[in-house]
Every structure is written in C-alpha cells, then in structure tokens.
Ligand binder design. Structure first.
Ligand code: PMP
Length: 357
C-alpha cells in the first residue's frame, strides 16, 4: 500500500513512521537518514548518498551489530541475566556493546589495541565498561586483543565473547536492517554500494541484501593502507602480508573474516584509498556539508566518488557515514598530529582554518 503512494507522500509517510516513540536505547537503533552529499553529487553528475549511521544512539554503525550479537547470545542461552559481554574491538563495537549492556543490565569488558584514540577509551569507561587497552599485535599472535577477550570469557561464569569478526550475527544485522533501509530509501533505484571493512559485517550484509534484490547493483570494497583486501580482490584471492598502516580507525583487515567470506564472490571491484585522500575528505565534508565525521567515513565517501567516476554519470551511489569526528578530534583536528603523520599538506589551504587544536 505504501509503494502505491506518490513519492512525496511516501517520503512524508516514512518520515512520520521514523518519528514514532522508540523503546529505550535499543529501540532507537537503526532507521537512520540517507543524506545526499550535494557538492560531490554536483561534481560527479551522480547522486552520492551517505547512510547516516553516526545518528545511531551510540553514535556509530556498530550499534546494529552490537545489538544483534547480544540478542543472538541470549537466544542461544549463552548469557543469562547479570552476565558479562566480552569483546575485542577497535572501539565502536565496544561503545555499542557498552550501551546495549547498560540497557539490558549486563556487565561489559572490552579489549582494544592501545593504538586507538583516547576519546574512545574514555567514553567506554564512562559507559561503565571495563577496558583493557593491549599492545596492537597481529591476529595470529595469541596476545591479539581478540584472543585475550576470548580467554577472559572462557574463564568467567555466565560470560560470552561476542566475536564480532567471525560471528555472522554481525552481518545479519545489515542484511535485516541496513540493507532493507537503503533499498526503501532509494525506492530500489540504486546503482552502486561501496564501503570499507573492519569486520566486514556492514559491507557483506548490505552487499548481500542489495545483490539479492537486484544482481545488477555494483558493490565495490574500499580499502585503506595496511589492509589486505584490495590486493586480495585484485589478485583473484591471494592473501598478502600486511604492510603499512592507516590513520583510519576501525577499518582495514589482515584476513578474510567469516562475516566476509560467504559473500566474497559478490564483490565487483576494489578501491584503494590512501590516507591523503581520506583526510582531505574529512575537511571537505565539514566545509561543504557541515558534516563532522570520522576518517573511515571520509574514506567511504572518497570511494563513492571513485565508484561514481567508474560507473559513469547519472547513477545513484550509496555509502556509509560510520561515525562522528568527535571520537578522533584530538588527532584529526590537531596540527601537530597531522604533521606527525605527514598529512598537513593534504588539507587544502582554504580548509586549514578548521585545524584548531
Ligand atoms: N568505521 C568505523 C569507525 C568502525 O569502527 C568500523 C567497525 N570497526 C567500521 C567502519 C567497519 O564496520 P564493519 O566492522 O561492519 O566492517
């Protein structure tokens, strides 16, 4: 019946349904707006849309996965009232979990690499989580933050390691919520989807849903320096050693996670986005759209622009606006930090006025 309404009424109708009263933190997860990026759309001659995941109640795309992994643990009887949720995370899943745990009455323990921003560590502690920043070592090292989280859960009664990287409840969150929302918001008129991957849940879940709806929709994986997925796809499936690193937190991967592995065949192309382009886009989004967003978001938007160029004009491209810049501002807006990463020159002179720290 909704689809029979003319587009204007469809829009009013869907706006009204988003303004319902939501049930607590958990009820407020999802149903985020799709934002048209005006300047970039004009420049490319395509429609560039960003799914405003930073507007989730915990501030990032990971609220959806956090809810799904906890719900699944409850359904499988892996956690009972008063139990503890334990996770290894670069931060945002932890923040989502800490909120979900508060809302549901669980304790929350987070292991994270000590390379992550202080803002995320502080926020996790403010949300009542027990935080263990640990040295950033590769996944195959037993001291990697994920293995430490797993071992902690194994030693504790009524505790679950939610294992976001290989627990496909994460990807399911995006098959059941993010993908359908994007489809509805574009009335199914979408030509391309691209985003970077951390666990791969967002990319694989949205890609799977959209391809099932229309196999002609193109999906491109976007990859930062220090990640292996770009070369993995370009080489037809060879896993190379990780080399280099990126300022983009929460994305980049050294392996094909279980969240990604089932949908690898869906990928149409891969894009490598250097930090110089991502940092410039952080500042452009602020200047052109008033959007104060993190570096993984900026990388996604650069990828959406490159995808638009590859597909040609007149297309509708969707990407993910993962989280706000608030979580990284002591870095992204600090002259000293930018200099230390050799990125100051990547910010055009007319945008350097935003470097205030
Ligand atoms: N951006 C940020 C800021 C993140 O924290 C994450 C998750 N680590 C992602 C993007 C990637 O999301 P996913 O885990 O679904 O691949």
């Amino acid at each position: 019946m909704f689809k029979l309404l003319p587009p204007l009424f469809q829009r009013l109708y869907s706006t009204a349904s988003n303004l319902k009263i939501m049930e607590g933190f958990i009820g407020a997860i999802g149903n985020t707006p799709l934002i048209r990026l005006r300047k970039l759309s004009q420049e490319t001659g395509s429609e560039i849309y960003g799914k405003a995941e930073f507007m989730n109640p915990g501030g990032s795309v990971k609220d959806r996965a956090a809810l799904f992994v906890v719900k699944e643990a409850e359904e499988k009887g892996l956690i009972k009232p008063g139990g503890t949720v334990i996770e290894g995370t670069a931060g945002n899943t932890g923040i989502g979990l800490a909120h979900v745990c508060r809302a549901k009455g669980y304790k929350c323990v987070i292991y994270m690499p000590n390379t992550q921003s202080q803002e995320k560590i502080d926020l996790l502690r403010m949300l009542g989580a027990e935080v263990h920043p640990v040295p950033a070592v590769p996944f195959d090292n037993p001291d990697n933050y994920n293995h430490q989280a797993r071992r902690h859960a194994e030693k504790l009664e009524n505790a679950v390691w939610t294992n976001q990287f290989d627990n496909t409840a994460n990807r399911r969150a995006h098959i059941e919520t993010t993908g359908p929302e994007i489809w509805d918001q574009t009335n199914g008129l979408i030509d391309g989807f691209t985003c970077a991957t951390g666990t791969g849940g967002t990319f694989a879940g949205v890609a799977r849903f959209l391809k099932d709806k229309n196999p002609n929709i193109k999906v491109f994986i976007a990859d930062p320096p220090g990640s292996v997925l770009y070369t993995y796809f370009k080489s037809g499936g060879k896993l190379m050693e990780r080399t280099g690193s990126s300022i983009t937190e929460g994305i980049g991967q050294g392996r094909v996670t279980d969240n990604l592995s089932g949908d690898v065949h869906l990928v149409d192309d891969a894009l490598y986005i250097p930090d110089e382009k991502s940092i410039e886009m952080v500042y452009r989004l602020l200047d052109e759209e008033g959007l104060y967003l993190g570096a993984s978001t900026a990388l996604n938007v650069v990828a959406a622009v490159e995808m638009a160029k590859k597909l040609g004009p007149g297309k509708k491209i969707v990407t993910i606006l993962c989280d706000g810049a608030y979580r990284y501002q002591s870095r992204l807006f600090s002259r000293k930090w930018l200099e230390s990463k050799n990125l100051l020159d990547s910010i055009p002179n007319n945008l350097q006025k935003y470097i205030v720290l």
